[in-house]
Write a protein that binds this ligand. Structure first.
Ligand SMILES: [Zn+2]
Length: 186
């Protein structure tokens, strides 16, 4: 057995973070920063980025769609006397379809915020934005983050040299976590 240890002093940034469509029922997502938008091909249940001229021919023939992968915080809501309260906000990447991004766009101002109130029926993949509200004061939110390192990792790719700032690079790991992190939910 090899005694090689790949010591890495820099902790992996922003990982793991789930790419998360809204869960069944009502859920609240607070946007933490601008989305990273990309055209993706659907290969079965998975999405992979369209690489334009470098796209594999087989992949390039598949349907293509745009998604805005948005750094967000999902409210962990717990019931309490007289209603509910937010226990904490969990960092996630919320994929917004082009239609949903267009819906959200006029509400964007200073981050963090706004809060998207999302609804999904049990057993369904389709979800809707029921409301868009400003963030209430006094919320303890996660730090904003760049979603691209996580996307590269989900897609099993290394970012091109120089594209991401030092410290944003995903760990050089052959294994891809959350490989099936995408679904076709919108
Ligand atoms: Zn393509």
């Amino acid at each position: 057995m090899s005694n090689h240890v790949d010591w890495t002093n820099t902790p992996p940034p922003c990982l793991p973070i789930r790419i998360e469509s809204p869960p069944p029922g009502e859920s609240w997502f607070c946007l933490l920063g601008p989305w990273a938008g990309a055209w993706v091909h659907w290969i079965g249940p998975r999405s992979l980025p369209c690489q334009g001229a470098d796209c594999q021919a087989v992949r390039h023939r598949k349907p293509v769609d745009w998604f805005g992968y948005t750094p967000a915080a999902l409210a962990d809501i717990i019931p309490c006397s007289g209603g509910f309260k937010i226990k904490q906000w969990d960092r996630v990447i919320l994929p917004l379809s082009r239609e949903k991004a267009a819906e959200v766009l006029p509400h964007l101002g200073r981050f963090p915020g706004p809060v998207l109130i999302c609804a999904k029926a049990a057993g369904k993949r389709v979800w809707t934005i029921k409301g868009i509200k400003p963030l209430k004061n006094g919320q303890v939110l996660p730090e904003p983050f760049d979603p691209r390192p996580i996307l590269y990792r989900v897609w099993g790719m290394r970012p091109p040299e120089g594209e991401l700032a030092e410290g944003e690079l995903p760990p050089d790991e052959p294994e891809v976590i959350h490989r099936n992190g995408f679904d076709k939910s919108r």
